[in-house]
Design a protein around this ligand. Structure first.
Ligand code: ANZ
Ligand code: ZN
Length: 875
């Protein structure tokens, strides 16, 4: 028996596959396609165990799909732009490109060493001009369609990365890349109008039945659709609050109103129009321009400016957090509640956000906890206008239309549903989100001309401009006369200049050679935009490019995309649940609307693999020094052992702790299976069989088999089917268990029969076991397959051109079964019958088997429970 020399076998087949382009796509054009894709890596160094797990999962899917007759597209590349390259280049005194390409080469060699079946002809890096030119091309198409704009607004700014961040890149108030608290800065920035697709991005989540539920719900929450009402309040021009107070004015008459004058309208967004009678203040955020105007030159301005400065230091997430103490200042001004002309003081507070809804809120302390907390702190009215029937106030107020009780006794807001009280004609109606009262009050105010039903989304437009160097330049030129002008398509790509002095802090904005240009419209001197695009733009369409990676006319042809898209199986980390997966969905829809393809969604099935932690359950990291590099397993045991261990240790979605014992155990199994396969092959050869002809089921049926051998055939079909089905469900760990069980059953039978297992059966088992393991342990399988099952005088014919073994449900059924025989409920014997024997036959066999014990007795009754037992009542 040949020794299992993993290193030698693995390098041998890797070379053969590469020479034969064994994993090229489009070799089976007449077959259905299968597009298997793993999220491409950022080339920050060599691959780690997380990558090994991610790519092994994809590789097993791809190899198996190949054996099952699909034309498989399984590409790989590198997400190669980004700030870490720049920082590393500065640290190592080199160019970002040099650092990036050297990491890429290292990662490719590890990928090859792992035996991943990529179509290497399709590989590209997003920093290749031949790729990023198309990113620029698509940017211009989007600009022409009105999906790109320049906006001047408060943006998230990372002081360490010295660049802006998209909303999606601020995680818990911190930069997603370096964990620094993000700041706010007013800058002129470039945006993609992703909000134009908010509704479709939300609706189509319902079609993504192959996605994990938590990713769907994260996207749904991120898009955050909210149906509500915009309500206008008029702000009084007179701000003499002392006068208003001394007159004890509370409700303003129409005459008073015209004498007081109207300064402007303040529009709030609310999902609870039903609570309008409980408004005890209006709130504006400190960055609001209206707020600044309201206090300008008044005694309230100083406090306002203090609050404004303090609020700039708090992140948006913290500002919304329910536990943080809320701070506010009064403006000295009042507005009128449109439902009853009641005076409402206008406040400015840090818990209101400027970029949600209308950026103004009606404060209803009795119904909203944040408003409740705020009212308590500043001693504002908390009038109960909604009550549940079991509340003490209910009986007192259920028919009360006027404002009688002005303070609740509750210690928190009533956010549940209840009935309106002290709410004029609406008193008694059921209140709450989307309630009868909410509808009625919205309708009433709408008819009065001061409200509108609206839909709000939490989703903001995608801020894509970045201010450093190593990224895809925005292909725009600014001309003082013509404004922002797109670079003509024929002039693309706008190449990233080389040799910037990054170590001295140089960015594109400092590169004269780059930015000095002329206006494409009027020919006068003009300045190129020196921002680059967020790297997430590069990863938003790479899966489309893989369908047609060498196209020089277009980013991809419609035919190629139609052939391979959508991706059937997409595998990657859960950290991309929003960012990358939302952007890619958006980009795909935009491409469709530009007429470049006709698919709505890019990824049919999504698998988010779990994390690989260290042996003690800690996340692996360089700083902790607990990283287990793939090479530490490949070198002693081989890539096949690593692949097998990674998949066997846990279901793919689950996190797992690294376990050296599992690695050793899987390696032992591979050696045992290797030995067994060879023993069986030799047994067949010794019996004069040609091992290139594998016995099918009918051949086995016509050979003389022992009972144990028949049971082994049954195990083959049962476990083969289980393995196949588990592969289909991505339950690789249990699929592998089934193979292990089969190997064990076969070894046992072989040993029990003193190594005289029927040679036809032995050959069939060896063949099927090798094929079943082929997706997971490709080199191991190819070696045995080539040495044992193919005619090597013919041209190379890979195991991946062989078809997946067929298993037969019929043959998983037992042919003979054992029935328990009882007399008066006590077990007295066993009898074997045909599995499909009739009740009469079973009864007869049972009676015969215990005939001796029934001597002299009369059988009164026989109860037959099919497939199980026979109970005889006799006396
Ligand atoms: C009055 C009210 C009464 C509210 C009540 C709630 C309960 P969703 O569902 O997330 O859309 N809101 C509106 N704009 C805001 C902003 N810019 N910053 C902070 N809060 C804002 O939330 C809608 C509710 O959030 C709105 O309904 C508003 O408070 C608040 F018993 O208006 B509500
Ligand atoms: Zn011009």
């Amino acid at each position: 028996i040949p020794v299992y020399d993993a290193a030698q076998i693995e390098t041998k087949w890797q070379k053969v596959w590469e020479q034969n382009k064994s994993f090229a796509t489009d070799t089976k054009k007449d077959c259905p396609k299968k597009y298997v894709l793993e999220m491409f890596p950022y080339p920050s160094g060599d691959l780690h165990m997380g990558h090994a797990r991610n790519y092994t999962i994809g590789d097993v899917m791809a190899r198996q799909a190949r054996m099952r007759g699909f034309d498989v597209l399984h590409p790989m590349g590198f997400d190669a732009f980004g700030l870490p390259a720049e920082n590393a280049a500065i640290k190592h005194h080199t160019e970002p490109s040099t650092w990036t390409y050297s990491n890429i080469n290292q990662a490719i060699s590890t990928m090859k060493r792992m035996g991943f079946s990529y179509d290497y002809q399709r590989m590209f890096n997003t920093c290749d001009p031949s790729y990023y030119t198309w990113g620029q091309w698509m940017f211009i198409k989007m600009w022409e369609k009105g999906l790109v704009y320049r906006g001047n607004s408060l943006v998230n700014w990372c002081p360490v990365c010295k660049t802006v961040l998209a909303n999606e890149q601020v995680i818990n108030g911190k930069c997603w890349r370096c964990d620094t608290i993000s700041q706010k800065k007013k800058l002129s920035q470039w945006y993609f109008k992703i909000t134009a697709y908010a509704q479709e991005l939300l609706d189509d989540l319902d079609t993504l039945t192959g996605w994990p539920e938590n990713v769907i719900s994260q996207q749904r929450n991120w898009i955050g659709r909210s149906v509500g009402t915009e309500i206008d309040f008029s702000v009084l021009a007179t701000c003499d609050s002392d006068k208003l107070a001394s007159e004890q004015a509370e409700f303003i008459t129409d005459e008073q109103r015209s004498s007081l004058g109207e300064l402007e309208k303040l529009t709030v967004f609310t999902t609870r129009a039903d609570t309008i009678y409980g408004v005890s203040f209006l709130v504006l955020p400190p960055e609001s321009e209206v707020a600044a105007k309201l206090v300008q030159g008044t005694a309230y301005e100083e406090e306002f400016l203090k609050l404004k400065a303090a609020t700039e230091k708090i992140s948006a997430v913290d500002r919304q957090g329910s536990h943080r103490e809320k701070n506010g200042v009064f403006t000295g001004r009042y507005a009128l509640n449109p439902v009853n002309n009641r005076l409402v003081p206008i406040w400015i507070a840090d818990y209101v956000l400027s970029d949600y809804g209308t950026g103004a809120v009606m404060g209803v302390p009795c119904g909203d906890q944040r408003d409740f907390d705020f009212a308590q702190k500043y001693n504002l009215e908390i009038a109960p206008i909604i009550c549940s029937k079991d509340d003490a106030l209910y009986d007192e107020l259920c028919c009360e239309k006027e404002l009688k009780v002005r303070h609740v006794t509750w210690d928190q807001a009533m956010e549940a549903q209840g009935y309106l009280v002290q709410s004029g004609p609406f008193t008694g109606m059921k209140g709450g989100k989307h309630s009868q009262a909410e509808e009625a009050i919205t309708e009433y105010l709408t008819n009065k001309g001061c409200a509108r039903k609206t839909v709000q989304y939490r989703l903001r437009d995608w801020l894509i401009s970045r201010q450093r160097y190593w990224g895809n330049p925005i292909p725009m030129i600014h001309c003082d006369a013509c404004g922002d002008v797109a670079v003509p398509l024929k002039d693309l790509p706008v190449l990233l200049p080389k040799h910037l002095n990054l170590e001295n802090g140089q960015t594109l904005a400092d590169s004269k050679e780059f930015y000095e240009t002329t206006c494409p419209k009027c020919g006068k001197p003009a300045r190129r935009i020196t921002d680059t695009m967020d790297t997430f733009t590069c990863s938003s369409w790479y899966f489309l490019r893989y369908c047609d990676p060498h196209n020089t006319e277009l980013p991809f042809s419609k035919e190629a995309v139609e052939r391979f898209m959508p991706v059937d199986n997409y595998i990657g980390g859960i950290e991309h649940a929003i960012l990358h997966l939302l952007y890619s969905r958006f980009w795909t829809k935009v491409m469709r609307d530009l007429g470049l393809c006709s698919i709505d969604e890019p990824f049919t099935n999504l698998l988010c693999q779990g994390m690989v932690r260290d042996e003690h359950g800690d996340t692996m990291s360089k700083s902790k020094g607990n990283v287990v590099p793939p090479s530490s397993v490949i070198e002693p045991f081989g890539a096949d052992t690593l692949r097998l261990a990674i998949l066997f240790i846990a279901p793919p979605e689950k996190d797992f702790d690294w376990d050296t014992e599992v690695v050793q155990g899987t390696n032992r199994f591979l050696k045992r299976a290797w030995r067994l396969a060879w023993q069986f092959v030799f047994a067949a050869r010794d019996a004069g069989l040609s091992t290139t002809i594998v016995p099918n089921d009918s051949v086995l049926e016509h050979t003389n088999l022992t009972h144990a051998e028949q049971e082994l055939i049954r195990a083959l079909h049962t476990l083969g089917l289980k393995c196949t089905r588990d592969f289909d469900k991505n339950q690789f760990n249990t699929a592998i268990s089934a193979i292990m069980e089969l190997v064990n059953a076969a070894s046992k039978c072989f040993v029990d029969q003193h190594e005289t297992l029927n040679p036809h059966l032995a050959l069939r088992l060896a063949h099927d076991i090798v094929l079943l393991l082929a997706p997971v342990c490709p080199h191991w399988a190819e070696e045995i397959y080539q040495q044992a099952f193919v005619d090597t005088s013919k041209p190379f014919d890979s195991i991946y051109d062989a078809s997946w073994p067929v298993f037969d449900e019929q043959r998983t059924k037992q042919s003979r079964i054992e029935i328990v025989v009882q007399i008066q409920g006590k077990v007295r014997g066993h009898v074997e019958v045909d599995a499909d024997a009739s009740s009469e036959v079973i009864q007869q066999a049972a009676l015969e088997s215990v005939a001796a014990q029934l001597e002299g007795k009369t059988v009164k009754k026989v109860i037959v429970i099919p497939h199980k037992l026979v109970n005889i009542v006799a006396c």
